[in-house]
Design a protein around this ligand. Structure first.
Ligand SMILES: [Zn+2]
Length: 142
């Protein structure tokens, strides 16, 4: 990806962060997911008073994309307000990122727009993948 394309995706993740619904943790997270077709889906964390029902920004973005017919991803940028730490997805999100490919770009970012680039496979080594199932699913199955 070109530098301008990466900065644009990071900016979209930062904009998505402003929509975070996090009255309990006050921890805002944004994500911007770029599909192979060039479409961007954004997501923010959405908390709930029943804490286990909280949904992360990364999974919000992926669910939005998949529910609109997009399953092939080129990159995701993830943003938080932590000034000194690159935004890092939780374990559940790492598994969901891996579901849609092991080798696309995941940009862990800081508010100053700097980033570290990783892949789902690097974020979740030895992850649980469909080929481990006794009966792998068809590629086109729903
Ligand atoms: Zn998560």
């Amino acid at each position: 990806m070109e530098a301008s394309e990466i900065q644009s995706l990071i900016a979209k993740s930062r904009e998505a962060l402003t929509f975070a619904y996090c009255p309990y943790s006050k921890f805002k997270v944004g994500a911007a997911l770029l599909t192979k077709e060039g479409k961007v889906f954004t997501g923010c964390n959405v908390e709930n008073v029943s804490y286990p029902l909280c949904i992360c920004a990364e999974r919000t973005a992926i669910v939005k994309a998949v529910s609109e017919g997009y399953r092939e991803f080129k990159a995701m940028a993830i943003a938080t307000e932590l000034p000194d730490t690159f935004a890092s997805p939780c374990g559940a999100c790492r598994q969901v990122l891996l579901e849609f490919g092991s080798n696309y770009d995941i940009f862990l970012t800081k508010p100053d727009m700097t980033y570290v680039k990783m892949t789902p496979a690097e974020l979740l080594p030895l992850g649980f993948t469909p080929n481990l199932l006794l009966e792998p699913p068809n590629q086109d199955s729903s």
